[in-house]
Design a protein around this ligand. Structure first.
Ligand SMILES: Nc1ncnc2c1ncn2[C@@H]1O[C@H](COP(=O)(O)OP(=O)(O)OP(=O)(O)O)[C@@H](O)[C@H]1O
Ligand SMILES: [Mg+2]
Length: 332
């Protein structure tokens, strides 16, 4: 049995829009403008034990709504969710024993209590044995360094500290699945890296299944082999990250610094050339021409003082997929 099974899942939100001004608000008592938004639209996927899946998409795509249905916070409008054999929205209590959640945008810790007291409370709620509690706290102190701020009220923690505290809280009861909704949002590069290392280790050592929502594609690139891309409530890609890179990442750029201004610079087989004084960015498709051939052609005609090759980042590929609907043309 797969650990997470989502079938034909839909979530609709109904909102009522009022008219403008006084007449509008009086009028709205009588007839409100009803709009139904399909936040999640016939979504389906399966996640096996121990997988790390990136769930990405532009703002408003339906990521958080999906995660909330997986955790049981929201009821689906239609479709089914099964997590460890349970229906999360109907069997919330049992489901909570199997899962840990971190919502980067908002803490689950008690704002006014020192971190340690939040953890104590959670230990009680989840009925964590004294032995596992001790072991886990030691482990979190070791890897996440939370001992530095154990006695500090959560409201006084920095964002990076709070996120580490949130991770500890989510994992105190050794859940099978960890849902992370933007766990690195607002963190600096070092703090992000630290969180990534921790998640990678957790998955490696405990086989914890991880579903990760993020706008930082470095998170996905370093952690996940599989990516699900969702846009306006629908899944537009579900497969290996590598496949996306292979299909759309064949474009590279040559960054060139010339010794003198390259007048009328043109190269056969280049996709695009942008010249700025002594520098130029030459975009090319490695399926059409090898970098070495392009460089050879360039050096034959122009005096060059420096050269670097830049591969298309996952970030750029995904941006193009969002903006240009590249997938329609490329994968389906
Ligand atoms: N409680 C709600 N009531 C009404 N509409 C909602 C509610 N929650 C979400 N929505 C709408 O559903 C859509 C999906 O929202 P969701 O929060 O799932 O997006 P997201 O992919 O997580 O975006 P982001 O990257 O900005 O976090 C949006 O259009 C949002 O406005
Ligand atoms: Mg969200």
């Amino acid at each position: 049995m797969a650990e997470i099974e989502v079938k034909d899942l839909c979530k609709e939100f109904t909102t009522y829009v009022r008219g403008h001004g006084l007449a509008g608000s009086v009028g709205s008592l009588l007839s409100r403008n009803r709009t139904v938004r399909k936040a999640v639209n016939h979504v389906g996927f399966i996640v096996e034990k121990g997988e790390m899946v990136g769930y990405v998409g532009p703002n408003g795509a339906g990521k958080s709504t999906t995660i909330k249905m997986l955790t049981g916070i929201l009821y689906p409008t239609s479709g089914t969710v099964r997590v460890c054999g349970l229906c999360p929205s109907k069997d919330r209590k049992h489901n909570l024993m199997h899962i840990g959640t971190v919502f980067g945008q908002r803490t689950q810790l008690w704002w006014d209590l020192p971190l340690i007291e939040s953890l104590e409370l959670l230990r009680y709620i989840y009925k964590v044995s004294t032995k596992s509690y001790k072991e886990n706290i030691e482990r979190f102190c070791d890897i996440l360094d939370i001992d530095e701020f154990m006695q500090t009220p959560v409201r006084q923690l920095s964002l990076g500290q709070r996120m580490r505290g949130d991770l500890a809280a989510a994992l105190l009861h050794d859940p099978d699945i960890l849902y992370l909704d933007e766990p690195t949002i607002g963190l600096d590069v070092v703090a992000k890296e630290r969180i990534r290392l921790f998640i990678a280790e957790l998955n490696r050592e405990r086989k914890t299944t991880v579903v990760l929502t993020t706008h930082d594609l470095t998170d996905i690139g370093t952690l996940c082999r599989r990516i699900i891309i969702i846009d306006t409530g629908r899944i537009i890609y579900d497969g290996p990250v590598e496949e996306i890179r292979k299909r759309f990442g064949s474009e590279s750029s040559l960054l060139v610094v010339f010794k003198e201004e390259p007048r009328g610079l043109s190269l056969q087989d280049a996709e695009e050339i942008v010249v700025d004084g002594l520098q130029a960015r030459i975009r090319f498709d490695r399926r059409r021409i090898a970098a070495s051939d392009l460089i050879g052609a360039l050096l034959k005609e122009y005096p060059v003082s420096d050269l670097t090759i830049e591969d298309t980042s996952l970030e750029r590929i995904i941006r193009e997929i969002y903006l240009e609907g590249k997938l329609d043309a490329g994968l389906s």
